[in-house]
Design a protein. Structure first.
Length: 187
C-alpha cells in the first residue's frame, strides 16, 4: 500500500487538493495523510462549496498543522512521499530554508531528508526572483515542481477538465495512473 502525505496551504487553488484527495480515495491501495494550514481552511470556504468535514472525510488520517508530534513529523514514519497542493510561497520559503514552522513544513523537511518524493504545486503569479530562487533550491534538493499550468491539446471543456489534467500530472510523479486521464496520443 502506498502512503502519501498531502499538505494543503493557504494559496488559492484548494480545488486541486480536493480533486487529488477524491481520486486517491477511490484507490484502495493508497493511504492518505492530510494536514491543512489555517489559511487552507479559509480558502476551502472561500473557493469551494466543500466543508472542512468534506475534505477531511477524503483522507485516511488527518493531522493538525500545529501537531509537531504527529507521525508524519518523523523520518521513522514510512511514506512514499508528500504532495503540497496548493503550495503558498510562504510554505515554499519555509521548506527551502528548513524553517519547520508548522507540520506541513516539518513533514516536507522530513521528506527531503529521507530522500523521498516531494511534489510541490506552487500557486502564485507572477513569480518574483525570490519565489523562483526558493523553488529552484527545492528542485535542486530533489523536489518536483508541478505548477498548475493548463494543457489544451486535450481540448478541455470545463474547469474540471483542467483540474483533472493537473491531478494526472501530480499522480504521474508517484507512478499512479488515473484511468480516465486524457493523455497526449500524438498527432
Amino acid at each position: 500500500m502506498k502512503k502519501i502525505v498531502t499538505g494543503v496551504t493557504g494559496a488559492s487553488g484548494t480545488i486541486y487538493a480536493l480533486d487529488l484527495l477524491k481520486k486517491l480515495q477511490a484507490m484502495p491501495d493508497v493511504e492518505t495523510h492530510l494536514v491543512m494550514s489555517a489559511w487552507a481552511k479559509q480558502n476551502l470556504a472561500l473557493e469551494t462549496d466543500a466543508t472542512l468535514a468534506d475534505i477531511k472525510s477524503l483522507a485516511d488520517v488527518v493531522y493538525s498543522d500545529r501537531d509537531q508530534g504527529a507521525a508524519i513529523a518523523s523520518g521513522s514514519f514510512l511514506s512514499d512521499g508528500m504532495i503540497i497542493v496548493p503550495a503558498s510561497m510562504k510554505t515554499v520559503a519555509s521548506i527551502a530554508y528548513g524553517f519547520g514552522e508548522n507540520l506541513i513544513a516539518r513533514a516536507a523537511d522530513v521528506t527531503i531528508k529521507e530522500q523521498r518524493k516531494l511534489v510541490i504545486v506552487p500557486r502564485e503569479t507572477p513569480l518574483s526572483v525570490i519565489h523562483l530562487e526558493n523553488l529552484t533550491k527545492l528542485a535542486k534538493l530533489g523536489a518536483q515542481i508541478i505548477p498548475p499550468i493548463p494543457a489544451f491539446y486535450n481540448q478541455p471543456q470545463t474547469i474540471q477538465d483542467l483540474v483533472d489534467h493537473q491531478t494526472m500530472k501530480v499522480l504521474d510523479a508517484f507512478g499512479i495512473a488515473v484511468p480516465q486521464a486524457k493523455r497526449w496520443e500524438g498527432d
